[in-house]
Design a binder for this molecule. Structure first.
Ligand code: ADP
Length: 436
């Protein structure tokens, strides 16, 4: 029945009752009294129906529509709303279950964390095996406290700015290595995702060990070959002189390659460097000496020491990085060019820059320059005695000193390689030692 028909039926019924009451009233000569009584009875009846409906709604039971008047129609409309709501709820519940099942089946540990008090709200099965969280004990537990051995306090405090934590030991077993990411996915909720990277870490170690071992094994035979080649005198067999020269050049290249690979392996194996004072006045004069020796007076080489401070870190590694930059400047600057080695303050930190007026580097190559064996021109690199590992070494050394390499270059005009160091790496220079 439509709402309109119900309305007409109800009005008709009310009209009929009132008309009957009027008729009966007229018969007994009390028309108004009977009419008022009938109206009151109708009011009480309607109030009772309304009360019944409210009671049905309050009891949250399924509504069973009855009657064909307005109340019956109201019941029907409410029952339809109830039915639709129930269906929507079922659909939503189904979706929620499907999402939960997907999150639960993920191989990564997923933990939903309340942002303000950093308590655990939900976690999947992998969170039990990888992070040791237990259901239901750890629901509502403070995350930082629960995952105590992990360095989470600072990390959680950083919130949105938290960088991923790489290669940390799982609280369940130290041999299980994890990468942790914090994803703030709403204003109130964070998602902590922990991925098991043990296999990757093992492979990376194997790769590092392999390169280090091969380089180490090659070192001795190469030294022997190099030594014997040095002993051979080309004047005794002049026809062998060109071959001997080439053999010496190639064995020197191989020796340099092995040395650079060993240096890289050593740097990769370190998490931190020794914290020693690095006297920069002495470092700059060493760099100048090395540049002069490589250049053989083909370039104008200058030193600028405007910083008046020293650095803190590993003198050996920093020298290795800076001398790679100086060697590159000499090798990639044609004769007659200039090279400037500049050490200066930069805010609270310091910068060591090697500037040259050399061949320059096309902008498209700049982002990949610090990759191992990446060269702009392989032939030019080889001819000038390069191994393709110099800038990779520089990048690693700076990383260990929390520094940053900045490369600016213009083809045909020259390049600037600047090593930026933070305030924590700057030390006041002792005048006596600086002068010495
Ligand atoms: P390489 O041993 O080949 O010089 P590097 O890692 O030191 O290896 O440098 C990578 C590449 O970057 C070089 O092959 C060269 O193409 C380019 N490069 C490095 N320094 C300079 C420079 N000062 N001027 C021009 N190109 C440079």
């Amino acid at each position: 029945m439509s709402l309109r028909a119900a309305r007409i039926a109800t009005l008709l019924r009310l009209g009929l009752v009132l008309a009957a009451a009027l008729g009966a009233g007229l018969l007994i000569g009390q028309a108004w009294a009977v009419l008022a009584l009938a109206a009151l009875a109708l009011l009480v009846w309607q109030a009772w129906r309304l009360q019944q409906l409210v009671a049905r709604l309050e009891s949250r039971r399924r509504l069973v529509p009855a009657g064909n008047d307005l109340w019956g129609e109201l019941d029907r409309q409410l029952e339809r709303g109830q039915r639709e709501m129930r269906a929507r709820k079922q659909r939503l519940l189904g979706m929620l279950r499907a999402y939960r099942a997907a999150a639960a089946a993920l191989p990564d540990a997923v933990v939903v964390v309340a942002r303000d008090h950093q308590r655990v709200l939900w976690f999947n099965e992998a969170a039990t095996s990888l992070l040791g969280l237990r259901y239901p004990d750890d629901i509502d537990a403070p995350l930082g406290e629960r995952l105590q051995p992990l360095p989470l306090a600072h990390w959680l405090a950083a919130g949105r700015k938290a960088e991923p934590l790489v290669d940390v030991a799982s609280p369940v077993a130290p041999e299980v290595r994890l990468n942790l990411r914090l994803i703030p996915y709403s204003d109130e909720l964070w998602l902590l995702v922990a991925r098991d990277v043990s296999k990757l870490v093992r492979l990376e170690h194997m790769r590092r060990d392999f390169v280090a071992n091969v380089s180490h094994e090659l070192r001795t035979p190469l030294t022997v070959i190099h030594g014997y080649l040095e002993m051979l005198d080309p004047t005794e067999r002049p026809e062998w002189a060109p071959m001997l020269g080439e053999m010496r050049r190639q064995s020197e290249r191989m020796r340099q390659l092995v040395e650079d690979l060993l240096t890289l392996s050593r740097l990769e194996a370190q998490d931190a460097v020794v914290e020693e004072d690095v006297p920069m006045a002495a470092m700059l004069s060493t760099l100048k000496r090395e540049a002069d020796a490589l250049s053989q007076q083909r370039h104008a080489i200058s030193i600028e020491d405007g910083a008046g401070v020293d650095l803190l870190g590993s003198p050996r590694e920093l020298h290795s990085a800076f001398s790679n930059l100086v060697s590159n400047a000499v090798r990639y600057t044609p004769a007659g060019g200039s090279i400037r080695i500049r050490f200066a303050r930069e805010g609270d930190g310091a910068v060591l820059a090697v500037e040259d007026s050399g061949v320059g580097i096309p902008a498209s190559h700049l982002p990949r320059l610090t990759e191992r064996f990446y060269r702009v021109s392989t032939s030019r690199s080889r001819e000038s005695g390069g191994t393709g590992l110099g800038l990779a070494i520089v990048k690693h050394v700076l990383g260990l000193h929390q520094g940053r390499l900045e490369i600016r270059s213009e083809v045909g005009r020259g390049s600037t390689f600047a090593c930026h160091f933070g305030a924590a790496r700057v030390r006041t220079r002792e005048v006596a030692r600086g002068a010495a």
